[in-house]
Design a protein. Structure first.
Length: 207
């Protein structure tokens, strides 16, 4: 996973874009490649952009791994014993406890901070309005481009902004994907709709 490769304590739109590029046999990746953005370049630039934005918190899962605790294996064992929904609900209830009952701001069993919901929603809506039953890489890329128009963290609630700040993200700063694409000469504000049309046209076999 691209997030693990970069060691980031959150799952963001930039990792979703890297995932699109990593699975190169898709029109979204081909379109980015044609505009001069390949996977090694994108990885290096995202690493630089995020590092320059300020220090990030350590990834809890990576930190526990140094002490011999495999969180993924632990979760699989708990889910096999109690069920996936039970484990998820227990972790959620711990997080929602009042502080005086031992609330945990974050539990590694819940996974990393999840910041790609808005892009995923846009991708799902885009596919649905076109009557398509599959969410394709071009839909995901379009969702990422739409989100990248706005400052980082736009659409997050108070808890989401607090959690983003906790891991070291600068809510309200320029979106990392915007900075990446601008550096490649891609204007996110003007081109996202054109890019969607280009991608859909390619998939349907139009020039």
């Amino acid at each position: 996973m691209e997030r693990d490769r970069l060691g980031h304590p959150y799952l963001g739109d930039e990792h979703l874009l890297l995932g699109v590029l990593a699975h190169a046999a898709n029109p979204a990746a081909a379109m980015l490649n044609e505009r001069g953005l390949d996977l090694p370049t994108a990885r290096a630039e995202i690493a630089r952009i995020v590092a320059e934005s300020g220090p990030l918190a350590r990834d809890d899962t990576a930190l526990l791994r140094e002490f011999g605790v495999d969180v993924a294996r632990m979760r699989r064992q708990l889910e096999a014993t109690f069920g996936t929904l039970a484990v998820h609900d227990a972790a959620r209830r711990v997080r929602l406890r009042p502080w005086w009952r031992g609330r945990s701001q974050h539990n590694p069993l819940c996974g990393p901070l999840y910041l790609i919901k808005r892009a995923q929603l846009i991708a799902c809506t885009t596919a649905g309005t076109r009557g398509e039953t599959e969410i394709r890489p071009e839909h995901l890329l379009y969702g990422v481009l739409r989100v990248a128009r706005d400052p980082l963290g736009s659409g997050l609630g108070r808890r989401g902004r607090r959690d983003a700040s906790r891991v070291g993200l600068r809510v309200g700063a320029a979106h990392p994907v915007r900075l990446l694409l601008t550096g490649q000469g891609i204007d996110v504000d003007r081109r996202s709709e054109d890019l969607l049309g280009d991608l859909i046209g390619r998939r349907e076999g139009h020039p």
